[in-house]
Design a protein. Structure first.
Length: 149
């Protein structure tokens, strides 16, 4: 069976930015795989553990290097299980709702507004110790994060 699907295996490396915040840097590597769907019994067994497996991808074992995530089409998945099958490996994946930089999307508009108000309150509080540069950086990041809300 030919590997007909293109997937991108994602490696995540955490570094620090100029003001000391941890930033996740991702590296993608393109490989070919076969796509499978999770069978019913595996789905229900995983749901007992709080997991929601959605798809499986099979590729050659030498192509997989322990990456924690993969991208297929426009969706990103966490790899929750691996199963070696001869010279191939099958990756069981759980879809995650995330934007391009890996942050969870906030869907509830009221929740977003409440979080924004909380951060603005913290930034305006004179008792919170932070340099003027850090305060300005956080305010700029807040404005950038909430564009469109």
């Amino acid at each position: 069976m030919r590997h007909s699907q293109i997937i991108k295996l994602i490696t995540v490396t955490v570094t620090e930015d100029s003001i000391g915040n941890q930033v996740a840097l991702t590296t993608e590597r393109t490989v070919y795989a076969n796509e499978f769907y999770v069978n019913q019994s595996e789905f229900y067994n995983a749901s007992v553990a709080g997991l929601k497996p959605e798809k499986q991808f099979e590729l050659y074992s030498y192509e997989y290097q322990g990456e924690p995530k993969l991208k297929h089409d426009t969706d990103t998945y966490n790899i929750i299980r691996t199963e070696k099958r001869g010279d191939k490996i099958r990756l069981t994946c759980e879809r995650i709702l995330a934007d391009e930089i890996g942050s969870v999307k906030l869907i509830d508009h009221q929740l977003v507004q409440d979080l924004k108000a909380l951060v603005e309150t913290i930034l305006a509080d004179e008792n919170v110790t932070m340099t003027a540069e850090d305060r300005a950086a956080y305010q700029a990041a807040l404005l950038a994060a909430f564009v469109g809300w």
